[in-house]
Write a protein that binds this ligand. Structure first.
Ligand code: HH2
Length: 278
């Protein structure tokens, strides 16, 4: 089983196989669990539950990035996320800040975030220097366009080659700037058609060969409807598990999920099964 290490100023994240990142949305409007953890106490309680369920860390986000969503101000996003991050840091819970705004990332790092999850892929040079100066690792995610319009008409020549190229370039920029570690994420659903998402998932091995840990997140996304998971987002956990198990077999080092307990159990069962085979 592959071993991974993400060093950072707050501590080093270490795991083997496929780790689970638990999603904590502090938003009134997230597509998947909008409004359920919008106050600090319930967000912290939810995060502790996810850690108890076996998450390696939790990802705290204050802005919904579902297709068509409008951006909110940095001040509002900071006000939503920073108190939660501060409380988690005081409790020793490793957490990432899910943001593409440098102002929010800066405040979250000052409050004790371990990792920056940048759906903007560190393309903003201020994000690069913030992570380097704070000596924290980052998630580099691929996105074509902006959340408000990204699903209007995404076009690629070769989606795997283009995503691979962007992730590779940004990983090199991060290393050159002194960011201590990165996770690479193809950004399922971010400026991609169903076919683009499927192609990326089925050819994940071509991203895994960049030899940096890969993060995959399909949890409860609309894309799962094309795989038969119709119904409300919260009813798509079984399909999320199925796709994430496949991603794990193809080399994903981490999956970003809402239902941590089911994923931890399914990943452990898959590992035991694969080990029993040899
Ligand atoms: N997806 C969402 C948000 N952040 N970060 C990474 N690295 N990868 C992802 O695939 C990813 C992400 C989706 O955002 P949102 O619509 O706010 O919903 P939720 O946070 O419940 O997944």
């Amino acid at each position: 089983m592959n071993r991974f290490e993400l060093p950072g100023a707050r501590g080093t994240l270490r795991w083997q196989g496929t780790a689970v990142m638990g999603i904590v949305n502090v938003t009134p409007d997230s597509f998947s669990d909008g409004g359920r953890h919008a106050d600090v106490a319930s967000a912290v309680e939810h995060a502790l539950q996810l850690m108890n369920d076996g998450a390696l860390l939790v990802d705290v986000g204050g802005e919904s990035t579902r297709p068509g969503s409008d951006s909110i101000s940095a001040a509002e996003e900071t006000a939503r996320t920073v108190p939660v991050i501060r409380a988690l840091a005081e409790l020793g819970v490793p957490c990432s800040i899910d943001t593409r705004k440098p102002e929010v990332a800066e405040a979250a790092l000052a409050a004790g975030a371990w990792l920056v999850n940048d759906i903007g892929g560190l393309r903003d040079p201020r994000m690069l220097s913030l992570c380097a100066e704070a000596a924290v690792p980052a998630v580099i995610m691929h996105m074509q366009g902006e959340p408000r319009t990204m699903q209007d008409d995404p076009v690629y020549g070769d989606v795997v080659a283009e995503v691979r190229h962007m992730l590779h370039e940004q990983a090199e920029a991060a290393a050159a700037a002194g960011v201590p570690g990165v996770l690479l994420d193809p950004g399922i659903g971010f400026g991609k058609t169903v076919q683009h998402n499927l192609t990326l998932l089925l050819r994940l091995g071509q991203l895994a060969d960049l030899e940096l840990p890969l993060l995959v997140g399909v949890s409860r996304k609309g894309f799962l409807k094309s795989l038969g998971a119709s119904g409300e987002p919260a009813s798509r956990d079984a399909a999320s598990v199925a796709v994430h198990l496949d991603a794990a077999r193809r080399g994903a080092a981490m999956v970003r999920v809402h239902d941590v307990a089911s994923h931890v159990q399914a990943l452990a069962a898959q590992t035991a099964l694969l080990e029993a085979e040899v």
